[in-house]
Design a protein around this ligand. Sequence first.
Ligand code: SF4
Ligand code: SF4
Ligand code: FES
Length: 570
Amino acid sequence: MPEPIIKLTIDGKPVEAPRGTNIIEAAKAVGIEVPHYCYHPKLPVVGNCRMCLVDVGMPKIGADKKPVLDPDGKPVIAFGPKLAIGCNTAVAEGMVVHTRSPKVVKAREGVMEFLLINHPLDCPICDQAGECRLQEFSVDYGQGTSRFVEEKVHKPKRTPLGPKIVLDDERCILCSRCVRFMKDVAGQDCLGFVNRGSYSTLTCYPGREPNTNYDLNIVDICPVGALTSTDFRFKQRVWFLKETRSVCPNCATGCNTVLWSREGVVYRQTPADNDAVNQCWMCDYGRLHYKFINDPRRLTSPSVKSSVLGERFGLSWVDATRQVAEKLGTVKDIAAIASARATTEELFLFNKLVREVLRADLVDCVPHTGEGDRFLLSADRSPNATGAKLTGVTADPVGARIPNIAAGIASGKVRGLIVLGENVAKYGIAEGLLAKLELLVVIDTLPNQVTELAHYVLPGATFAEKRGTFINARGRIQRLNAAIPSPGIARPEWQTLAALLNELGANGDYLTIEDVFADMTRTLGPLAGLNLSKIGDWGVELKLEGPAFATEQPKNGGASVSLAAVQPSR
Ligand code: SF4
Ligand code: SF4
Ligand code: FES
């Protein structure tokens, strides 16, 4: 049952919020910022930083237990002698909150001065500069000068906190967000404070460094530069980076992400908020698996292998499309293997090309599996197996037809193979079999055994270089956006597939990804009425029916709001 709505006033603005909402969130809903450090909406409240102090008044109640009214008939508001913390004060009927009264301004200046007493102020060499709440709040709410002339307390610097994180204790403001995340979300109780007063220091329990698949989330939620990521620190200043909203391509959960790029290079991947998928977290496996985008070996232009010399020659897209279409027209008995890491639009066009135009029966996707953890990480490591099933490229179980394709090549029944984005030599089609083919066309982003053997290699784009959609294990369709251009003349796979369709005389007149999506909505029932704008940044849950769409991923992207809830604290 929904919570009753409470009416209150914040800085003179009437506000309505469900019972139980705290003042920080109620104020945020009407565009008022209550600065805070220790409060995080997905962590237990501890109320230790005092940055969120606000002036709270309640209607005065008379001896008759009724509100006392002023001469104008309005309730008289009684303010407490002390300020209250907004993170741990719930809204109440008739409450009046001041977030900018002189008393509040003075208190915040005091808190900022206190927090900065022992802070090293090494912003010029701190990796958090540009996204540091201490910098931001000291400009917005600090007093601008310090009265502290004594020697600052010095604490350990550059302490490795496991292989992924570096801790600078001098910068830590002891908010305990990292302590609570590791204990209450990641399920590893390993961080805590030692010593007292100015000497209080964050440390890990002896022999218990963070070692979960979610550790790097504490770098995101640390409001200052105390925790930095070994992978990203000192690579770029954040103000140079462009932020592009995307979806992690490393498992079927489809965590929402932000790609941080500059001049064609992706420097880091961080989680984006989406309560329907990943809340505000992502796993380290997915976060750190982005370096293939920047791999210097990326395929940059179409190429053909000379049948005489065995050497590979570069081609223009026009020539490559014409030659591949010609060969596909002459070599019959084609099979096709796609990737469930491709976008739904690519899989739709792939299916159209191989099943409708080339009349191939043996079509499938390569399955990718691993261990899931019932929080976010799915055992299905393909981001779009649902899209592959919906478009008809594969069925349940994914990959069931791959042995038939291998047998077909061995017996000579299959003479040509089209591969979209998979090193099939590692997944059931041995190199010896690939070498027997009369025609091997590969669309991929990186060289591998299969591109080595391919007659035609058509370079594609990684998930960071194209638009399109993935459908996660729960049937939520979500958008990818292009953060950087592809290297050389490589291009998104949907363009290559559309060009081949056109060359083969089928309707491939798609000028934009929107055109492909519009065509999908006409033929794929669950997408009816949708377009990329309607999918928006948060995605749309599709109504998918049939046993092929039974998911192992329960609500929230995982079984629980935390890993701590599904396993005992380690
Ligand atoms: S390291 Fe960061 S998140 Fe952890 S207590 Fe210190 S300031 Fe807070
Ligand atoms: S849980 Fe899956 S989708 Fe989320 S970050 Fe990890 S690998 Fe990526
Ligand atoms: S945010 Fe309220 S005390 Fe820290």
